[in-house]
Write a new protein. Structure first.
Length: 40
């Protein structure tokens, strides 16, 4: 779903950057991935 929305943004010219060659990996690299320590 996020990939489809990002493609719409690029197709409509709403992005300030050029579309990355690998859009899905670009999106994944920007996603927050919390990592928590185990205290027990």
């Amino acid at each position: 779903m996020v990939l489809a929305a990002a493609k719409v943004v690029f197709v409509r010219g709403l992005a300030v950057m050029r579309e990355p060659a690998d859009l899905l990996n670009h999106i994944r690299s920007k996603m927050y991935d919390p990592t928590f320590r185990k205290y027990v």
